[in-house]
Design a protein around this ligand. Structure first.
Ligand code: MRU
Length: 312
């Protein structure tokens, strides 16, 4: 399965808003279509956004305002701006050079996820591992294979996975809709848990490691990831469970000194007062909806990238 690709002159991607009910592929021909797909999370997850950004520069055909709109479509995952900038660096050399650069980013992502899977699985001790994770960090968040869920996949292939506890990930339910779908396709044992059950289940002793992805890792190791990650990190620290971030080098933002400088996307009240489009809160209820949080580096046991293991 490829989450996103360049096919016959257009960007093709799986519309993740329709999963798990149906697996529909969208064909996008313009930057504005791609920006809309990014904003409504039809394509999402930091590595996939990096590839979307790079392929979007091909769609922009030299229109610098379109490139700027694409770069700003979502603020927290640094990979989007990274992918746009990498491809845009070839604009002066023409469309073919931009396309070659974007396809290199796609191919590098596939290789990076394989490398992270191996490195992460090598790092973990034990042969019947119970893993907790949040959001979706699988193939759907990248190109062919994921980051934290890529490690889970490698553990499963090596026969070392006992079970995954996947947090449902309110408000948009990436854990319930996407991670459970991917784990079922892998044939990996898993159970879905409410987000608020995470720290308690860690305290109860049923988890060997927490594996999460990242949207932006600051120079000091502070890590922005899906809202709920920080609560898991606190719970893991208290329970003495390793808390491991798995992300490609492209997610490390050396220009951002610490987590305080990371812009956190606020996605507005509607996603909170409703569940799957059904309003659950009374009319007029106000809401706060930070899509990400920041885990301070001292709560992170290790950051596994495609080239190294960092102990922040
Ligand atoms: O809002 P989303 O679904 O784009 O958030 C995604 C996450 O927080 C992922 O954990 C992160 O991008 C890493 S994906 C390998």
């Amino acid at each position: 399965m490829r989450t996103i690709d360049w096919v016959d002159g257009a960007v093709e991607l799986i519309d993740q808003t329709r999963l798990p009910a149906e697996c529909v592929t969208l064909r996008l021909h313009t930057v504005d279509e791609l920006v809309e797909a990014i904003r409504r999370l039809a394509v999402r997850g930091a590595p996939a956004l990096g590839v979307a950004g790079a392929l979007g520069v091909v769609l922009a055909r030299g229109d610098l305002e379109a490139v700027a709109r694409l770069r700003a479509a979502r603020p927290t995952a640094v990979n989007l701006a990274w992918g746009v900038d990498r491809a845009a660096a070839y604009l002066a050399e023409g469309q073919e050079a931009v396309l070659r650069a974007a396809l290199r980013i796609r191919d590098d992502d596939i290789a990076a996820c394989l490398a992270m899977g191996e490195r992460g699985a090598d790092l973990l001790q034990g042969d019947r591992l119970r893993i907790m994770t949040v959001c979706n960090t699988g193939a759907l968040a990248a190109v062919e294979r994921g980051t934290a869920l890529g490690v889970v996949q490698t553990l499963h292939e090596r026969g070392r996975l006992a079970e995954v506890l996947a947090l449902e990930t309110r408000p948009l339910l990436q854990g319930a809709r996407l991670t459970a779908w991917e784990l079922a396709r892998m044939g990996a044992p898993h159970r879905l848990v409410a987000d608020s059950a995470g720290p308690y289940l860690l305290a109860r002793g049923g988890v060997d490691a927490v594996l999460i992805g990242a949207d932006r890792i600051a120079a000091n190791g502070d890590t922005a990831n899906k809202i709920g990650s920080y609560a898991l990190a606190l719970g893991a620290e208290r329970a003495g469970v390793p808390f491991i971030v798995v992300a490609p080098e492209s997610t490390i933002d050396a220009a951002t000194p610490s987590g305080d400088h990371i812009e956190i996307e606020d996605r507005g009240a509607e996603e909170i007062v409703s569940v799957a489009g059904v309003r659950v809160a009374p009319e007029g209820t106000k809401a706060l909806n930070p899509a990400f949080d920041v885990t301070p580096h001292d709560l992170i046991t290790a950051i596994v990238t495609d080239t190294r293991v960092i102990h922040p």
